[in-house]
Design a protein around this ligand. Structure first.
Ligand code: SF4
Length: 321
């Protein structure tokens, strides 16, 4: 079967090996963000509809997952527009939960429809929900996200607030920083106050690192992102832009990998545990662990709602265990 609505699996640094599910055709979205990597929104709408027939998506998933099981950590609902616009989202999620419960489910959303209780209900069964929040004020919201008529910044804020009260899974909120637009002291303070109340599992700071829709959009210097990260602390926050990963990779050589292995021999550790032990960021730990995973010495496993690192059987054999 040729798949029109599935892509990958691709290795996502945040979610592991991910099979992508595209729920809406390009480019249907309630926003037209200046940083969008999928191009300009051609159909700007907030109407729920069957943009792609859910039965077609289910048939593709069933064909792929029912054959030789793919080596994936997660099935991620995302794609070329806003996935929550597809009214069949809940049906697809239920199908996967019933027939393929062994897979983690994740979804990326721009949060614009989270004020709708039906949409929130559809997302409650996901293991990972990654909502975006790029502004706390209406004027910066318009400049960054260029919304459909009637969509307000407060919809996004209130939608995330309501969802956080109901959701029991892992929620990583992404904030895309546009220097001079949404990083004023007032707006950063408003973000922080909001996050202190909502308490997402993580705040992920992102920035432009490849060409977006608008050429005027520039990436902030890394020092600025680090300042913002520090400002949000002690909330759980990390920088996720690619540039940060390159820098973190260089810094990660400062972490003693043999010391990490020794610690993992004693017990599996979450990335967060390791950040505390080594006084470093999630990105730095992930960079070191990626290196050890490639060398076959460490593996990443999921238990319940959490990822853990542990040593491999091969590494144990090397130590005669
Ligand atoms: S919400 Fe996502 S898909 Fe829609 S315009 Fe923004 S970045 Fe692109």
């Amino acid at each position: 079967m040729k798949y029109k609505h599935l892509f990958g699996p691709i290795l996502s640094r945040r979610l592991g090996m991910s099979l992508g599910v595209d729920l809406v055709p390009a480019k249907i979205c309630n926003l037209d963000c200046v940083y969008c990597e999928c191009g300009r929104t051609t159909d700007k709408t907030i109407a729920l509809d069957t943009y792609t027939d859910p039965d077609q998506i289910i048939a593709e998933l069933d064909d792929l997952l029912g054959g030789t099981p793919p080596q994936i950590d997660i099935i991620t609902f995302t794609g070329s527009g806003e996935p929550t616009l597809n009214i069949g989202l809940g049906k697809i999620e239920k199908f996967l939960r019933d027939k393929y419960p062994q897979y983690n489910l994740g979804i990326l959303t721009n949060s614009g429809l989270l004020t709708n209780p039906e949409v929130r209900q559809n997302l409650l069964g996901f293991d990972y929900v990654l909502p975006s929040l790029d502004a706390m004020f209406e004027d910066s919201f318009i400049r960054v996200n260029n919304p459909v008529d009637g969509q307000k910044c407060d919809d996004i804020i209130e939608g995330i607030r309501s969802f956080a009260k109901e959701y029991k899974g892992i929620m990583w909120v992404e904030v895309f920083i546009l220097p001079g637009v949404n990083d004023t002291p007032e707006e950063l303070a408003a973000f922080k106050t909001f996050f202190e109340k909502v308490r997402p599992t993580r705040i992920q700071i992102n920035s432009m690192d490849r060409p977006g829709t608008c050429t005027w959009v520039q990436a902030p210097p890394m020092e600025r992102l680090i300042e913002i990260e520090s400002f949000f602390k002690p909330l759980p926050v990390e920088i996720i832009s690619r540039k940060a990963k390159e820098i973190d990779f260089a810094k990660s050589s400062q972490i003693d990998t043999e010391h990490c292995i020794d610690a993992l021999f004693r017990r599996p550790l979450t990335p967060e545990d390791m950040c505390v032990s080594y006084s470093c960021s999630i990105n730095e730990i992930d960079a070191v662990m990626d290196h050890l995973i490639s060398a076959g010495r460490v593996e990443k496993i999921r238990t319940g709602n959490r990822f853990f690192y542990r040593v491999t059987e091969l590494e144990k054999k090397k130590r005669g265990l």
